[in-house]
Each structure stands twice: as C-alpha cells, then as structure tokens.
Design a protein around this ligand. Structure first.
Ligand SMILES: [Fe+2]
Length: 357
C-alpha cells in the first residue's frame, strides 16, 4: 500500500483504502475500486490531496459495466434465484451477494445511478424487476443517511430478498387479478413470515436481513403486518425497504391496475409520511431518488411530447422538470423544439411516460 497524491493517480490503479469526503464525512470511493479518469477529476475538484493505492495490484483493465448491464444481470440472477426457491430448491446466496455488491458499489461510487430503471420494467417479469428496483432505491436511500458499507450490503440483500416468501404463496393467490378474498389476503400476508423463515434457515444471512423480510409491511402508525409494530420498533432498514417497495409497486403496470406516474408515487410517499412510513425517511427517499431522469420521454396534459432536459432530486424540479418539446399528439407538428419549465407552468403536468426500452 502506498500513499500517493491524487495528481499522481492513473486510471486502473486500485484503491487500498476507502476514500471519504473531508467536508461531510461521506464515503466517496470504496477500497478495491479501480480508478477511472472521471473519478480522479472528481477527487481533484473536491480538493482531496492523497489516497492510498495498492502497489502490488497490476493496473486493472478499466472496463466499467454500465447501469443497464448491471441491472440486467441483477434481473437475470434474481429470476434464477427466485425460480429455484419456488421450485423447492435452496436459496443460492453467492449470486445474490455478488449482485448486491455490484449495486452497492455502483451506488457508492457514482453520483447518479440507475436513473432509467423505471423504464426497464415489463409487465410479465414484474417480480424480478421489482426486487432489483427495491434494492436500488433502498441502497440509494441508505447511502443518503450515511450507512456504512456493511449496513448498505445488509440493506441491499434484505431489500432484494424482501418478498422471497412469496415463493411459498400459491400461484392462484399470487397472480389473482382483482381483489383478494379475506382468506386469500391472509395467505398472501404470510409471505413476510415465510421470507423470515427462508432467510433464517440460510446460513450466512443475518437476523437483520431476516427482519427486513419480516417487517417490510409494518407501518409507522402500527397498522401493518404481521406484528403491528410501530415507529422505531420497526428496524430502520425495514422502514427504508417499506418505502422503496410501495414506491416501486405504484409505478408498475400490473395485471390488475394501471401504473402511477413517478411524481404521483412520490406524492403518495410524502402524503403517507408519518402514517405508513417513517416521516424523515420518506422525505429523504423522495429527495434522493431521481423522479424524472434526464432523457425520459413524457407526454403533457396539453398533448405536447418531449424529453426531460433538466431535473433535480432535491427540490420541486424533481417532480416538475424542464422539458424540451419535440412533438405533439395532435395538431400542427413542432418544427422548432422549445422548452417548457413545469415549475413555472402550473397548468401543465406530465400524464404519461413513453418507454423507449
Ligand atoms: Fe411484500
């Protein structure tokens, strides 16, 4: 291990120690990370002078997988893992851990990640997209409250496995379109206990992870299940997963309901802060996920169609971004694109997203 100036850093060098931002103590880059030029630039811009690199390690080939590749790998892994458990097989831990490590590392080492996941859902594979999405949203939220890497990893594993107990719920209940009878609902609710048991019986998974599966339907006001826990009786990690779970479920098309738009789901989360959700975590969640990532194609209530060009995740603009209008559903064509700022246009709002994936 050698301490070197950031000015001497080269792409491909391997960090021998985690790098923190001196200003706010946040973890910026993980030990073992292979440096890339844009991160060297970032460290320079933050005024970080020294880092520790691993002298023994050969320069790594800098081959960064993009968000879509990591997301798609996570999706396939979870499809295999959940299918195996549904068919009575054991929970395969290594692929789950590798997947969560990829997601945690990506979230820690990058400022803006997985911004297009809302566009990647497809209705037939909801379950597998959902567990990956809940993992991503939870890890982003966990990072923003300053959780350690160890806690982020536990959170990520608990989040990706939060509904594993559904593998034991009969398919006719799980996939029933329309409202469940009281008896079916009782059966469905057992999935949190089944999940707890599956995780408890898998060597290498902690109680904390089992509790995430057990408590992800508990509510801040005590009206959730299975135990009716309230407020801080519910584990912090389970409170984070509860928000991610509802937000993602609302934004998905299901066989029995049409999806909510991301800003509607975010408003639902805020409206239920202190009721369903931990009020502080609900606000942190909405501030830290990107509701409308740049590049998202949207339709406005005016029929105008355009692409999000400016959005933030820390204010009103997250819910009401700036949009470059390029077309209309009806009426005269748009020859000259123009920009609409939804913050300054109270009569306009997004009514749909056009999935381009
Ligand atoms: Fe669930």
């Amino acid at each position: 291990m050698r301490k070197i100036q950031v000015a001497e850093l080269k792409a491909g060098m391997i960090l021998a120690k985690d790098v923190y931002n001196h200003e706010d103590g946040r973890l910026l880059l993980l030990k073992g990370f292979s440096m890339q030029q844009r991160f060297i630039d970032k460290l320079n811009s933050l005024g970080i002078l020294y880092v520790f690199v691993d002298e023994e390690a050969p320069l790594a080939v800098v081959e960064e997988r993009n968000d879509a590749e990591i997301y798609n790998e996570a999706f396939s892994t979870m499809k295999d893992v959940l299918t195996t458990v549904t068919e009575g097989g054991a929970l395969q831990l290594d692929p789950v851990k590798d997947t969560v490590d990829d997601i945690v590392s990506k979230v820690i080492n990058h400022e803006s990640v997985f911004t297009q996941i809302a566009g990647m859902k497809d209705i037939d594979n909801y379950t597998f997209h959902h567990c990956v999405d809940v993992c991503v949203f939870s890890v982003i939220t966990g990072k923003s409250i300053g959780l350690s890497v160890e806690d982020l990893t536990e959170l990520g594993i608990g989040a990706i496995l939060h509904d594993i107990g559904k593998c034991k719920v009969p398919l006719e209940v799980l996939n029933k379109p329309g409202k469940l009878t009281d008896e079916e609902f009782m059966t469905m609710k057992l999935h949190s206990i089944y999940g707890f048991e599956i995780i408890k019986n898998t060597p290498g998974l902690s109680n904390k992870i089992a509790n995430i599966a057990c408590q992800h339907h508990e509510k801040w006001n005590g009206s959730g299940y299975p135990s009716g826990l309230r407020e801080t009786q519910i584990d912090t990690l389970a409170r984070i997963v509860a928000i991610s779970d509802v937000f993602d479920a609302l934004t998905a098309d299901r066989c029995y309901k049409k999806k909510s738009l991301p800003h509607e789901a975010a408003e639902f989360v805020i409206a239920n802060a202190g009721i369903m959700f931990d009020p502080d975590l609900a606000k942190i969640f909405v501030k830290n996920i990107t509701i409308y990532p740049e590049g998202t194609m949207v339709i406005l209530n005016s029929g105008e169609i355009g692409s999000v060009i400016e959005s933030d995740h820390l204010g009103e603009m997250g819910l009401k971004p700036k949009i470059k209008i390029i077309s209309r559903k009806a009426g005269p064509p748009v020859f000259e694109p123009y920009i609409i700022d939804l913050v300054a246009s109270p009569d306009l709002h997004i009514v749909d997203i056009i999935n381009n994936i």
